[in-house]
Design a protein around this ligand. Structure first.
Ligand code: GDP
Length: 525
């Protein structure tokens, strides 16, 4: 019976991330979804950048100041018999690494596209990570209430730029001021455009796809044009194929307007029908861990310090891969084979962080961390070792030298650096010759976040001296010779005491390699 309950619970889980370029409407659509889940009561509570109230998912001070979403957060709600976990991903390009890891913890992705802009660079990058993982991708083309590009043009671009097949589930009838509704191919109906506060209004279609009986829309030329486009799609477009969707080879495309809550529910209903329940995970030993296995397992995909400034806490975000999580359970941390009791956990409802009692595969739990966890860690119950495959790591590209402004405050400086580096968004190095601290990141914004948080959370004012772009290349400790270091290839060590060079540019790397052909340089550890 217990087992049946668990299977049922796992089947109900839908865990996904919304990916988009900044400003495409990710926050707005998230807010609408939360509304359907009854989590927030009125629109505008999740984020209102200008009015000074902010997304509940935006925890950190800096997010408020800059009006951007810096960290990925988790929201859980129930809708139509399903339990939905949305993992928020920061859209800003500088936070790509954090976002990439978050994408390792989901079963599907929703891609939001601005109908006036089409595929933008950040969408493309995030899409590629989803594609690499083969997870299903659902596309929502947003802002229909504004004039945008031709739908045919957008779908063609989607297929060509992203190299995926697209299947329009519905099709806009007009746009901007001329928006009449969406022609819902999948549900065989027309959803009429209406003001936000009005209920949905649908018009049925007959088998040939025409409106049944009299309707003013029939007189509109745009309706006739859409019928023509639908014919074209039928003849020349892709066929609906649920199997291809689940393999990530075909993306169902929905049109709508998140801001006016038009087409969002239609999207959500279809999404829940075709999005997968939690998937299996492969271990390093090539074993398959099934979501309904009895043994509990999960991995840490994100660590964040000081989520709640009133309680100085660090939270490790864990994606559950199998079994049932219960408060107070004993697990093994695969790295170092260490036993840990999980007594302090939290669940992420959008409005509060409630103490969590139990969770199953697909759910995300937050564990209060006292320094046990690292990103990528596997935890499991039971006797057999489980170690999931490594999460992708990205080599930092830009570097700064960092010092405490007030030399008397070294303690808080070191504490802050230690904790923030552990979150994984920035890397810490130390120069062999001078002992200087050097930070590396994938994007500039991460340094700004670091500086701000050092001041705000650790009362440590830091001075950062830009070093510009560098190419980080690790070498084997046994091949290390400090004399090989010059101003154009600075020798540093990472947190694990592994030596690496920071090369000025490709030229200096080639020069070095010519001079020391026997030294093996590697990009990632
Ligand atoms: P994010 O950066 O992707 O999270 O985007 P937001 O949800 O913050 O939206 C960016 C801007 O676009 C905001 O000013 C929204 O009000 C606006 N917006 C979002 N969805 C729509 C829409 O469907 N129609 C219109 N006209 N504006 C929208």
């Amino acid at each position: 019976m217990e087992k049946e309950k668990m299977i049922d619970a796992v089947e109900k889980r839908r865990t996904f991330a919304i990916i988009s370029h900044p400003d495409a409407g990710k926050t707005t659509i998230t807010e609408q979804l939360l509304l359907f889940g009854g989590v927030v009561r009125k629109a505008g509570t999740v984020k209102a950048k200008k009015s000074g109230s902010f997304a509940k998912s935006d925890w950190m001070e800096i997010e408020k100041k800059r009006g951007i979403s810096v960290t990925s957060s988790v929201m859980q709600f129930d809708y139509a018999g399903k339990r939905i976990n949305i993992l928020d991903t920061p859209g800003h390009e500088d936070f790509s690494e954090d976002t990439y890891r978050t994408l390792m913890a989901v079963d599907s992705a929703v891609m939001v596209i601005d109908s006036a802009k089409g595929i933008e660079p950040q969408t493309k990058k995030l899409f590629q990570v989803c594609k690499m993982r083969g997870i299903p991708i659902f596309t929502f083309i947003n802002k229909l209430d504004r004039d945008g590009r031709e739908p045919l043009d957008l779908v063609t671009e989607l297929e060509e730029v992203l190299n995926i097949q697209a299947y329009p589930m519905n099709w806009p009838i007009g746009m901007g001021k001329g928006l009449k509704g969406i022609y819902d191919i999948f549900n065989k109906r027309i959803e009429l455009y209406r003001r936000e506060d009005k209920d949905e209004s649908f018009v049925k279609l007959d088998d040939s796809g025409e409106i049944i009986g009299e309707h003013p829309l029939k007189e509109e030329s745009i309706y006739q044009q859409v019928l023509g486009e639908i014919e074209l799609l039928k003849d020349a477009g892709n066929h609906f194929d649920a199997a291809k969707i689940s393999q990530g080879k075909l993306t169902p495309v929905f049109f709508g307007s998140a801001l006016t809550n038009f087409g969002v529910k239609t999207f959500l209903d279809a999404y829940l029908q075709f999005a997968p329940a939690p998937h299996e995970h492969r271990t390093n030993d090539d074993d398959i861990v099934k979501p309904v296995d009895d043994v509990f397992s999960g991995f840490v995909f994100k660590i964040q310090a000081n989520m709640n400034p009133n309680h100085r806490d660090r939270i490790a975000f864990v994606r559950i891969c199998s079994g049932k999580f219960e408060r107070g359970m004993d697990v093994t941390l695969a790295r170092g084979n260490k036993k840990i009791r999980l007594s302090n956990s939290t669940q992420f409802m959008a409005d509060t962080r409630e103490t969590l009692n139990s969770a199953v595969a697909g759910d995300i739990i937050g564990l209060y961390d006292t320094g046990n966890f690292q990103i990528g860690d596997t935890i499991y119950s039971g006797k057999k070792t489980i170690q999931f495959e490594k999460l992708p790591q990205f080599t930092p590209e830009i570097f700064v030298k960092v010092t405490a402004k007030n030399v008397m405050k070294q303690k808080s400086f070191h504490k802050g650096i230690d904790q923030l580096v552990q979150e994984g968004a920035i890397q810490l190095y130390q120069s062999y010759s001078t002992g200087d601290y050097i930070l590396g990141a994938v994007g500039q914004l991460q340094f700004e976040v670091f500086q701000f948080r050092m001041l705000n959370e650790y009362h440590s004012e830091v001075v950062m001296t830009p070093m510009g772009k560098k190419i980080a290349r690790w070498i084997k400790p046994e091949q290390l010779d400090e004399k090989m270091s010059t101003s154009r290839n600075l020798l540093v060590k990472d947190r694990q005491e592994q030596p690496l060079f920071l090369f000025e540019n490709e030229f200096s790397e080639r020069w070095f390699q010519d001079k020391y052909p026997e030294v093996k340089l590697t990009a990632k550890l």
